[in-house]
Design a protein around this ligand. Structure first.
Ligand SMILES: [Cu+2]
Length: 190
């Protein structure tokens, strides 16, 4: 929803931003420029489905996908097993929840943990944190990056810099039961 709002705002503001420009064709290009630089960040659009899995529409340029799975919207997706990034690379994870269930019964987030943090322990402590969008209190130190919660049809995102230290870092969804259901993966830093 937030993305839609921002896009709508940009479209709305475009005529005002253009004021003072002399040539129409030129202004079109100019208003597109800020958007363009935003999109230079490598963006990985993942989807959360009712089967409690992270999936993608097409294989990311670097990462591993598995079996095909049909989501509640009738579309086929690929199970996302891991995401590969370069050390120090700026990346954006955009997460859309597919489905029509109420947000209180089916929402997803994406939380990247520091190395050494056990995802099963983290998921267990998150169950108590309903009021905090399932981000466990006092565990900010364990998190490298995280999105908010996205209910059905909503999109959330987070932009962050990949760790400089090569290795694999766990990510998970902390909505109750989802980690246990398989909503997890590894961010591989090369
Ligand atoms: Cu989830």
């Amino acid at each position: 929803m937030r993305i839609l709002q921002v896009t709508a705002l940009l479209v709305f503001m475009a005529p005002f931003v253009c004021t003072g420009q002399t040539e129409d064709a030129d202004t079109t290009t100019k208003t597109a420029t800020p958007d363009q630089s935003q999109e230079d960040i490598r963006t990985i659009h993942i989807y959360g489905i009712n089967q409690m899995k992270y999936v993608v529409k097409t294989s990311p340029e670097a990462g591993k996908t598995g079996d095909e799975v049909k989501a509640s919207d009738g579309n086929k997706y690929l199970l996302l097993e891991n995401i590969e990034v370069s050390a120090g690379q700026k990346i954006r994870i955009r997460l859309t929840t597919v489905g029509e269930l109420p947000a209180s019964s089916m929402s997803h987030n994406w939380i990247l943990l520091k190395s050494g943090v056990k995802p099963s322990d983290f998921a267990s402590s998150a169950i108590q944190a309903k009021d905090r969008d399932y981000i466990p209190e006092g565990q900010e130190e364990a998190i490298l990056a995280h999105t908010g919660l996205a209910g059905g049809g909503e999109t959330v995102e987070v932009t962050f810099t990949a760790p400089e230290k090569k290795g694999s870092y766990d990510y998970l969804c902390t909505f109750p039961g989802h980690f246990q259901g398989g909503m997890k993966g590894k961010l591989i830093v090369n």
